[in-house]
Design a protein around this ligand. Structure first.
Ligand code: PHE
Length: 461
């Protein structure tokens, strides 16, 4: 039956798994994407919908993903096909793994470009570029970076090399060692930033903005806003593409999936909310626009650092930790592909990592050009980078999530999931099973169809 270890290695302790999975979850999604997306949809109501999605959809699906990964103990593609085979079900389930690989390529290609921005900002901060900067100066500084394709390419390349270096070293000497010190450091620095914002910024306005839901502010397209909140939950929790699945495949059989999931989801959510509390007080005290889009933190935070005593140091440290957060997520995006290349193509881990990294790097060039030289080319009104972002978070990850929920709830026998979760067959287990069988697939499908305008034909939208 199911193997007790993976050929790729295992997390040495439960803490190592939590750090790695939280490292995957906590990233640019929390500190860059969450605040600006919440800003685009007007704050509180979006945050509330987001929190509901994390609790009712994210947690059960994360449990399902870890469970499937641990039962299969291989790359997502092979895990899906061997578990389906065991149950006498179609091999087409391996398509879920393939879809995850496509998502991984698309996400990492733009993720690396944004991570490149954070690398560039480490250098800028350290060099004193923020000192005394005003809002207009900060906007100009940011524009100078995104408009410069060569510089973006250099930083994107450096980030991809960093990601490949860790993944090439393997599960315990690469991934595990990297997250061990990076995660605690990130948390401490974020708290320092929140402390600063509370004292220097308008924390009351920020708290009202984030926590007082005003559904009128979701805008004219409520369905689109709900889809974005749900997509943000998938993206932020790293769900629906196999990253959490493969990390689950390195988890020891006796670790509690429920407990680990709750801790990971809690950490991820806490970091997103703290990031909001670090950023919005500064946005409001400087009269900046919360809905200004992807440049939000790159424009607001430098102003704060520029006024702060020791701001060059703290600024450099903050962006460095953002690099680290992105790094621990980037490696989890690469890992499923690398594991598959090792299993099915017989590549060494090093060769697999370099090859996968190079492919993502190429795709990333299209993303970074869409910010400048190709800014005239759009599809559905979006450039390549925005399109990849939208398509993965709001379409591919939710679709992957539906399939994971259906597989865990309907394809795997009740016995198997009960054993794997080790919660007994009581209330908790029954609630989980109800959520993955009915609530998650139906809710995610409705939100998706509604936003794509497909319910209108049935008089529902
Ligand atoms: N969760 C990561 C973040 O919030 C991004 C990510 C998505 C990582 C999907 C892995 C898989 O930054």
């Amino acid at each position: 039956m199911s193997a007790t270890t993976s050929i790729h290695g295992m997390w040495s302790t439960r803490l190592a798994f939590i750090l790695a999975a939280a490292g995957s979850a906590v990233g640019l999604g929390n500190i860059w994407r969450f605040p600006y997306t919440a800003g685009e949809y007007g704050g509180g109501a979006f945050v509330l919908v987001y929190l509901l999605c994390v609790a009712a959809i994210g947690i059960p699906i994360m449990m399902a993903e870890i469970l499937i990964g641990r039962r299969g103990r291989q790359s997502p593609i092979n895990t899906m096909s061997s578990l389906a085979r065991q149950e006498g079900k179609s091999q087409a389930w391996s398509l879920l793994g393939w879809m995850g690989i496509v998502s991984a390529f698309l996400i990492l290609s733009f993720y690396s470009v944004i991570a490149g921005w954070t690398l560039a900002y480490v250098v800028r901060a350290a060099g004193g570029a923020f000192s005394g900067i005003d809002a207009a100066g900060s906007v100009a500084l940011f524009g100078g970076l995104t408009g410069d394709a060569e510089r973006l390419l250099a930083w994107h390349t450096i980030f991809m090399v960093l990601a490949v270096l860790v993944v090439a070293r393997g599960v315990s000497s690469g991934l595990e060692q990297a997250v061990r010190w990076m995660m605690p450091a990130l948390f401490i620095l974020l708290l320092i930033m929140v402390g600063y914002a509370a004292q220097a910024g308008d924390v009351g306005a920020a708290a009202r903005y984030l926590f007082a839901p005003d559904f009128g502010r979701l805008g004219d397209h409520v369905g689109e806003a709900i889809l974005s909140a749900m997509g943000q939950a998938f993206f932020s929790l790293s769900l629906g593409m196999g990253a959490i699945m493969i990390y689950g495949s390195y988890l020891k059989s006796d670790a509690s999936i429920l407990q680990n999931t709750v801790i990971i989801a809690f950490l991820d959510t806490a970091v997103a909310l703290l990031a909001g509390l670090a950023i919005f007080p500064i946005v409001f005290s400087h009269g900046l626009e919360p809905g200004s889009g992807p440049g939000l933190i790159f424009v607001t935070l430098p102003i704060a650092f520029g006024e702060m005593p020791g701001g060059s140091f703290f600024g450099a440290l903050f962006f460095l930790l953002l690099v680290v957060a992105a790094w621990t997520s980037g490696i989890s995006l690469l890992e499923p592909v690398v594991a598959w290349l090792v299993e099915n193509r017989g590549f060494s881990r090093v060769r697999a990592s370099v090859l996968a990294g190079a492919a993502v790097w190429l795709l990333g060039i299209a993303c970074l050009l869409s910010l400048n030289q190709w800014s005239g080319y759009t599809l559905f009104g979006k450039g390549v980078l925005d399109l990849f972002d939208y398509l993965t978070a709001n379409v591919l990850l939710p679709l992957g999530g539906i399939l994971i929920a259906v597989f865990a709830g309907w394809v795997l026998p009740r016995r198997a999931t009960e054993d794997e979760l080790g919660m007994g067959g009581g209330m908790g287990f029954r609630l989980w099973r109800f959520l993955v069988r009915y609530v998650s697939p139906v809710a995610v499908a409705l939100v998706l169809l509604n936003a794509l305008g497909l319910l209108r034909g049935f008089g529902l939208g």
